[in-house]
Design a protein around this ligand. Structure first.
Ligand code: OAD
Length: 234
């Protein structure tokens, strides 16, 4: 059985990382156009760096850990004999920390930086600024940006994701509002024979495409559902 999982901010919410879509339309007090677009970065790189620096520091300060849903997915992958791909829209590293192996972070990774000149991708835990020099190429100053996908940019791994979606037998979407494309379009690319399961606190615009919709917290519902799959009771 080929299993494709798509996760969003909801799976990390109980670990202490805020989700995106608050009622005020702001993203931790910022307008999305200011901190998550190439234009915003061109206008004010310092502001964008400060935004991601804060999130990066929080991610590594020891207060945030993978939750039961991350752990259950890693355990499921270990025991699963067929193909398994975990696509995440999250830029945290909680799936990797939980032990998931085949993870595709389609919106990039907060703990990586990318050189705008060469395209090189570096592991990165420190703050970034417009004055940051590349440790391996000290002459290159101010060329690093967060290795994250901004609005208007193409997410990573699209070919692999949609090729796998077309031949998957089980698709599970967890903790995503399903309003941001192309991630929200993955469910529509799964074949008619595929079983589709959505685990989320709330209904989403894609909910009607899923045969099974489970409403509740990821920390409770993901381990429960995966265990029922393993036991053959679901
Ligand atoms: P959203 O913040 O849009 O949606 C999070 C979803 O998780 C909502 O539908 C919540 O109801 C649900 N949720 C919250 N807490 C939950 C919990 N404990 N258990 C289960 N579900 C819970 O986040 P995403 O869908 O991930 O993109 O957002 C998609 C993309 O939009 C992000 O990757 C980011 C953002 O703009 C980029 O930055 C490119």
């Amino acid at each position: 059985m080929n299993v494709l999982v798509l996760t969003g901010a909801g799976i990390s919410a109980e670990s202490g990382i805020p989700t995106f879509r608050g009622d005020d339309g702001l993203w931790e007090g910022h307008r999305v156009e200011d901190v998550a677009t190439p234009e915003g970065f061109r206008r004010d790189a310092a502001r964008v760096h400060a935004f991601y620096n804060k999130r990066r520091r929080t991610l590594i300060d020891g207060s945030i850990c993978p939750g039961p849903a991350h752990i259950a997915l890693a355990e499921f992958e270990r025991q699963h004999s067929g193909e398994f791909l975990l696509v995440t829209q999250n830029i945290d590293d909680l799936h990797q920390r939980a032990g998931s192996r085949n993870v595709l972070p389609m919106h990039g990774e907060l703990l990586k930086a990318r050189c705008m000149l060469t395209g090189d991708i570096l592991d990165w835990k420190d703050d970034l600024s417009v004055e940051t020099a590349r440790p391996d190429e000290p002459d290159l100053v101010g060329t690093l940006r967060p290795h994250v996908v901004w609005f208007g940019e193409i997410p990573f791994g699209m070919d692999q994701i949609f090729a796998f979606a077309e031949r998957c037998d089980l698709f599970i979407a967890i903790g995503t509002s399903a309003v941001v494309y192309p991630a929200a379009g993955i469910v529509a690319s799964t074949p008619p024979t595929c079983r589709r399961v959505e685990i989320n606190l709330d209904d989403t615009p894609q909910s009607s495409r899923f045969e099974t919709t489970i409403r509740g917290k990821a920390s409770v519902e993901v381990p429960r559902f995966l265990e029922s799959l393993r036991a053959g009771t679901d």
